[in-house]
Design a protein around this ligand. Structure first.
Ligand SMILES: NC(=O)c1ccc[n+]([C@@H]2O[C@H](COP(=O)([O-])OP(=O)(O)OC[C@H]3O[C@@H](n4cnc5c(N)ncnc54)[C@H](O)[C@@H]3O)[C@@H](O)[C@H]2O)c1
Length: 283
């Protein structure tokens, strides 16, 4: 299974990062979206990211030009017909993703690998929207894509061994490390980070100060960011949504802490509302 042409669906935060790292590794890339303005925004983000490399001296201006020349853009999903690997990075909505995969099933050549960058939706359910579930796999990149080294690779129940191996090889070829995860809600990364955040909420309910919880996690566990700072950054509503998915899958042990629900109901969502575990009104 030789991968040359990579087709990326969605030019947003994740899609433009995936297009960039694939082009940097020498692949011929096509990045698609539903509106030209989203494509332009995605290409601008790639240009900005590569400029940082040029400024730091890790990349020549000529290399930047060459990388960008390897990225075509389109508003037409039919252009996925020549792709060896499709990576879908559209919004986290199951019906949208199923619909995209149903279309890809009709458009793509028989041996194409169809990957989804979902953070938590079941790969098996997305695969079931196609007539070729053996070709469908989860490829969960982390944000920011050019920086983060790990990529979760998630085979569904029917994903073939060849597709799994080829997907891992692709991840290695772009300078990253595949981490194989099973197809249960949140895979490995989202599940563990949600468990950590939820327990941190209980620590605060037990009377611990948010700044002490975050300090302990950063200095004693060597995490770059505390779980409460992370919740404020991601948004309490987004975190609650994720935990509700985990609760539905795993039951009581991942039941969202009452404090989190209370904060969401009160509009204390974190940085985006200037109030969360910390006060951002002065920042
Ligand atoms: N943002 C993160 O930190 C992060 C991290 C890991 C995984 N993810 C996952 O990656 C996926 C994308 O997230 P994002 O943050 O990049 O979202 P985003 O909203 O930044 O980008 C999604 C893009 O997809 C486009 N789109 C929608 N329907 C489309 C279609 N039919 N064809 C082509 N493009 C379409 C939208 O116009 C938008 O530009 C989600 O599944 C998300 O859960 C996100």
């Amino acid at each position: 299974m030789v991968i040359k042409n990579v087709f990326v669906i969605g030019a947003g935060t994740m899609g433009n990062g995936i297009a960039q790292v694939s082009a940097q590794a020498g692949y011929s890339v096509t990045m698609s979206d539903v509106k030209d303005e989203f494509i332009q925004r995605g290409m601008a983000a790639i240009g900005k990211s590569l400029d940082r490399g040029v400024r730091k001296g890790t990349m020549q201006e000529s290399e930047k030009t060459e990388i960008i020349s390897r990225i075509k853009t389109t508003l037409d999903m039919n252009d996925a017909k020549d792709a060896d690997l499709v990576i879908e990075a559209a919004p986290e909505v199951i019906d949208l993703k199923k619909n995209i995969f149903k279309q890809l099933d009709e458009i793509c050549k028989a041996d194409a690998i169809l990957a989804t960058n979902t953070s938590s939706l079941p790969v098996g359910e997305i695969a079931a929207a196609t007539q070729r579930p053996e070709k469908v796999i989860g490829m969960h990149f982390m944000n920011p894509v050019p920086v983060m080294k790990g990529v979760e690779v998630i085979p569904g129940r029917h994903t073939s061994g060849d597709v799994l191996e080829a997907s891992k090889e692709y991840v290695k070829s772009i300078g990253k490390e595949p981490c194989e995860a099973r197809d249960y809600a949140g895979f490995i990364v989202s599940r563990l980070v949600d468990a950590l955040m939820n327990e941190a909420f209980y620590c605060v309910m037990d009377g611990n100060k948010p700044e002490e919880v975050d300090k302990a996690v950063k200095l004693c566990l060597n995490h770059p960011m505390g779980p409460l700072e992370l919740c404020d950054l991601a948004g309490a509503d987004i975190v609650l949504h994720g935990l509700e998915t985990m609760y539905a899958e795993f039951g009581e042990r991942l039941m969202p802490a009452p404090l989190l629900k209370n904060m969401v109901r009160s509009g204390d969502l974190g940085r985006k509302t200037s109030r969360g575990f910390y006060d951002y009104t002065q920042k």
